[in-house]
Design a protein around this ligand. Structure first.
Ligand code: NAD
Length: 414
């Protein structure tokens, strides 16, 4: 099967928004191109003494609202179209939640599981050595993404600081707290998604105690969501990971499932639950479905079997464009990724602010401010959806794209 070009999907979403906002073809043409990007070749002397060259990318999509922001992905399937799409989505995400950033993304074509710690460090430092003029605390601030973590951010910050001759904490976020990371960053995306569900529950006036939930993915994001929803009294009836899923109509207790996962490495074979496949989970009769693993898991092949009333997108792009149109027709309420998983970038922004001021907040402050920003964006999205009679996703794009275009107009870029 031909892989869908994610940048084409990103442009299709943008085109819908530009049309509703009444923008000319010229405006669409300008905002549908990334501002600039850099490709680098990173030579690494491997542990066996042989040299290997890795390809790295960084895309600055749009910087009209401030320095660009976005993670760095280490994955064998990284390509320039994926990085451009992710950079575009970062632009709309930062704009929607109204933080003063544009959007960017980076990536290295590598399977990091095949590298030793020493090789991974050399690769991370090598990326910065070639990119240091293309990033910086006032221009473009990277962060972790798939298969990158606080240790990699620490090496990158150290390399950038070494080149510049002084420590520059604000050049990257997602760092360990010992060296300028923010409290609350690790669980920010999951906690943020739970705040969004709280808003959904209030707005659509449903009783959380009567709501059932299925969560695909039990990683950094999925397990925090499960924990928070459990605390809210919602019934998480199914969860899964790459090995498969588990289901108990009476509800799964997060603490017990987590204990099992820590012991065995997976949620499967958890006592007191049936085994299900990932596709069973996606098609399960539940009130809330939270895809929190991969992109393109709801497609035109399985969308007719999806029975959830609300889908809250934890992963980036879990629903294809075709499937999304069908869900809209069926009246399923989809809370888009650019809002649902924005807690992570909001706390990254707080990390940058704290680094620049050299003044660090306690975790309650971080959490409270994140909730305020997400709730404000949620209310704005709901109001816009009503005003324009469009879906939540379209409304989120209308707000985000308009803010970027307004900034470009004010700066004289359009
Ligand atoms: P993670 O690697 O910690 O967890 C991913 C989970 O998905 C794991 O449980 C893994 O087993 C599962 N998985 C992998 N392949 C699967 C498959 N084929 N079927 C079902 N499950 C599968 O990653 P994460 O940080 O939890 O991120 C999950 C998603 O959320 C990603 O799409 C990521 O881009 C997005 N996201 C994460 C953050 C964040 O701060 N963690 C922020 C924004 C978006």
């Amino acid at each position: 099967m031909k892989k869908e070009n994610p940048f084409e999907s990103a442009k299709a979403q943008l085109k819908d928004a530009a049309k509703t906002l009444g923008y000319s073809d010229d405006v669409y043409e300008i905002i549908s191109h990334p501002k600039q990007y850099l490709e680098v070749s990173i030579p690494v002397k491997m542990d066996n003494g042989k040299w290997k060259v890795f390809t790295g990318y960084r895309v600055h999509y749009n910087d009209a609202r401030g320095p660009t922001k976005g993670g760095i992905r280490f994955h064998p399937d990284v390509d320039i179209n994926e990085v451009k799409a992710l950079a575009a989505w970062m632009t709309w995400k930062c704009s929607l939640v109204n933080i003063p950033y544009g959007g960017a993304k980076g990536g290295i074509v590598v399977d990091p599981k095949k590298l030793s710690k020493n090789e991974l460090e050399k690769l991370s430092r090598g990326y910065i050595e070639l990119m240091y003029n293309f990033i910086g605390p006032k221009t473009d601030i990277p962060a972790p993404d798939v298969y990158t973590n606080p240790q990699i951010m620490a090496w990158m910050m150290d390399e950038y600081s070494r080149i510049h001759g002084h420590t520059e904490l604000g050049m990257i976020t997602g760092k360990p707290v010992e060296i300028g990371g923010s409290l609350g960053r690790i669980c920010a995306t999951g906690c943020g998604l739970a705040y969004i569900i709280e808003n959904v529950v209030k707005h659509w006036k449903v009783n959380p105690k009567k709501m059932t939930v299925a969560i695909q993915g039990y990683g950094n994001l999925g397990h925090v969501v499960a924990q928070r929803l459990d605390e809210m009294g919602m019934k998480v009836v199914a969860v899964s990971d790459s090995k498969g899923g588990i289901h108990n109509p009476k509800g799964l207790k997060h603490a017990k499932v987590m204990e099992h996962k820590e012991k065995t490495g997976s949620v499967i074979n958890f006592k007191g639950a049936n085994t299900i496949s990932n596709d069973d989970l996606i098609c399960m009769k539940v009130d809330f479905l939270v895809p929190a693993a991969l992109e393109n898991v709801i497609t035109k092949e399985n969308v007719d079997k999806v029975k959830a009333k609300f889908i809250v997108e934890g992963a980036n792009g879990p629903i294809t464009n075709d499937a999304n149109k069908i869900l809209e027709k069926k009246g399923v309420i989809v809370i888009p990724d650019i809002l649902a998983n924005a807690g992570g970038v909001i706390v990254s922004y707080f990390e940058w602010v704290q680094d620049i001021q050299s003044y660090f907040w306690d975790v309650e402050e971080v959490d409270k401010r994140m909730n305020i920003m997400l709730t404000r964006a949620f209310n704005h999205m709901v109001k816009t959806a009503k005003e324009y009679k469009v879906s939540m996703r379209n409304a989120a794009y209308l707000i985000a794209v308009k803010r970027v275009v307004d900034a470009m107009k004010l700066r004289g870029d359009i």
